[in-house]
Each structure stands twice: as C-alpha cells, then as structure tokens.
Design a protein around this ligand. Structure first.
Ligand code: 5AD
Ligand code: FES
Length: 343
C-alpha cells in the first residue's frame, strides 16, 4: 500500500487526519482521494442532493474585502436592495418551485436592521421551509433575535485561517471577531456553515490544512469551499489560475473525509471555472446545490466574481436543469429540509 492509500484507509475508519497527512493529500493529484470522499459521502449522507434556493437580496456592502466585486470602494458596481415584501415574495416562489430551504444572502448592509430582518424571517417561516442566513458579521443579540424569529442556519465563511493573509485581505476587519461570530452562532443553536477561498495570493498549502482543521474544531454543520476567481474591479484583479479548481476540490474532499455527515455544497464558483464543476464536486464529496431564485436583473448585479453561471436562466429553468444533471449521475433531489444528518 502506498503512503497515500494508508492515510486514506485510516481516515475511512477514523474520520481524522493530522496536519501532515492533510498536506500529503493536498499535494497528491486527488484521484485516490476523490474515490474515498465519494464513498464516505455515499455511506454517510446517501445519494440525495439537497437544493437550497438562494436569494441574494442586496449587493450593498460596507466591507472592502480585497477579493470581492461587491466591496464598497467598487463604484462601478450597480447596486440594488430588495424591499422586505419582495424578499418574502421570492421566498414564496422558492416554496412553489419545491425548495425546502431558502438562503437569504446579502452584502453587509445595515439597511436591514433587526426589526426588518425579523419581520422577513417570521413571514417566510409561515411556510414549511428552513431558512439560512448569510448576511455577515452581527452582534450576538442580533443573531439571537434572528434565531428567535425562525432562522435555522447561518453561513459565514472564515475565508482563511492564515491571520496575516486575513489582515491583508480584510484590513478593516478582525479575525477574532469573525471567530467570535461563528462561536456565537453555534452557541445560540443555529446549524453553522463556514468555509474558505482557495487560491488566494500568497495562500499556502499549510494554511489550507489549517483551514480544514478549523472546520472540524468549530464543529461545522456545513462547509462551502470555492476557488478564488479574480474580479477586475478589485485590488486582486488578474489572471484566473485554473489550478484553483483542483485545489478547491481537494480541500472539499478532505473536509468530507473528516466531517463525514455534514452538508457540503457543490459551489457556483466551481462551475464558473469548470463547466462540469458542480457535477464533479457532487462526485467528490458534495451533497448540496444552491441555485439562485432571483430574476436575471439581480443575478447579473450580484457580481462577487465575474462570469457567474445561469445569469440569464429563469429560476424555474434552473430548478429543472439542476435536477436533470443530478439525475444524470444516478442521484436524486432530496425531499427533506436536509438538516445535518437528515437524508
Ligand atoms: N472569488 C470566489 N469567491 C469569492 N467570494 C467573494 N469574492 C470571491 C471571489 N473573487 C466568496 C467569499 C464569500 C462568498 C459569499 O463569496 O468566500 O464568503
Ligand atoms: Fe441554472 Fe442549469 S442550474 S441553468
């Protein structure tokens, strides 16, 4: 047995890896790794794929993250903000399309204060549907209020655990506060989702291994991993590195090995840089897809990175398209809400 196979066999039994083992897997070509991560996915969460309807309700953001096209200094971004009643209507469309979860995502936009958000959440919650929030850093009191209003899950990527790189990417932010947010979210009783970007300038394999260990130590219920895609209106503009896809896929697959029953999306960013990206991800450990349910005019404007997929597709068409793709690889769309551990 090769040393790689030994590591994979051990993880398959124990669901644990040391940092040096993770590094060895990250330096491999991934072929053996994906066989194991797909098997671990199959045995622990089954063949169902959970669909989450994504509502990107505002692209206004007070942050200036160096990689993101929605950063506040980008005055070429065409900004929009949906009113609460419209957000509620889109969620209703999601219910009609058969989604069992809606994800409310936005830039860090203080227009949506606690009262507005609690109103939106409690109205949407009148349907039999799970609600995931992805609206950035807030106070513990706010997280508690959203939970009390009916929110079930919260997504907040750590982005990178390399503190120096974190400071460079987010000069206005504080790594410790981000960790504080994640801990509060977990403590309050949300299912917590985190994740990282892969392929950032000066990001090392060593720090990606730390990212994976961080997901485990946090006790993440969901982990979203995406390749970094340079946006021309940001300080990190430049050539896309196609290797980011393979590295992101490996980070995702290793995460599946050590967190065997969590929810892992095949991310939109993966499909943006590889036309088969989501299918490949679903066959390498992922079990979730998050199609957008907004109309084209908003999808086009929510330009975190360029060349996003499905910009001109109607939400009903995306829903059918993705189901077709899922069925074509012998998988099926799950009919449950898809909480952690629920098939
Ligand atoms: N390329 C890929 N992903 C990005 N994100 C932000 N900017 C980019 C980019 N240029 C990701 C971040 C954020 C999520 C909503 O989008 O990880 O958490
Ligand atoms: Fe949108 Fe295929 S998922 S068109």
């Amino acid at each position: 047995m090769t040393s790689l196979n030994k590591i994979l066999e051990k993880t398959y039994e124990k669901h644990s890896l040391t940092k040096s083992e993770i590094i060895e897997l990250l330096n491999s070509d991934g072929k053996e790794l994906y066989k194991y991560s797909d098997r671990v996915r199959q045995e622990n969460v089954g063949d169902g794929v959970h669909l989450r309807g994504l509502i990107e309700f505002s692209n206004i953001c007070k942050c200036s993250c160096k990689y993101c096209g929605l950063r506040s200094p980008n005055n070429r971004a065409d900004r929009y903000r949906l009113e609460p009643d419209d957000i509620i209507k889109y969620a209703q469309n999601g219910v009609e399309l058969g989604y069992k979860t809606v994800v409310l995502q936005s830039g860090e936009d203080n227009y949506y204060d606690t009262d507005k958000l609690c109103h939106i959440i409690s109205e949407i919650k009148k349907n039999d549907i799970a609600i995931t929030l992805s609206i950035g850093e807030r106070t513990r009191e706010e997280y508690q209020a959203f939970k009390d209003a009916g929110a079930d899950r919260y997504l907040l990527r750590i982005e990178t655990t390399d503190k120096e790189l974190y400071k460079f990417l987010h000069p206005h932010m504080d790594f410790n506060n981000r960790v504080r947010c994640l801990k509060d979210i977990k403590d309050i009783g949300y299912e917590v989702g985190t994740g990282c970007l892969v392929g950032l300038p000066n990001q090392t394999i060593d720090s990606l291994a730390d990212d994976i260990l961080f997901f485990k130590s946090l006790g993440a219920d969901m982990v979203g991993i995406g390749p970094f895609i340079p946006h021309p209106e940001t300080p990190l503009k430049g050539e896309l590195n196609p290797k980011n896809f393979d590295m992101a896929l490996k980070v995702m697959a290793i995460t599946r090995l050590i967190l065997p029953d969590i929810n892992i999306p095949a991310t939109t960013a993966m499909e943006t840089i590889n036309p088969m990206g989501r299918i490949i991800a679903l066959q390498s450990g992922a079990n979730v897809v998050m199609p957008n349910i907004l109309d084209s005019e908003y999808k086009v404007k929510y330009e975190i990175y360029p060349n996003k997929i499905c910009l001109n597709e109607h939400s009903g068409k995306c829903r059918n398209c993705i189901e077709g793709k899922i069925n074509s690889i012998g998988r099926y769309v799950s009919s449950t809400k898809g909480f952690h551990g629920e098939k």
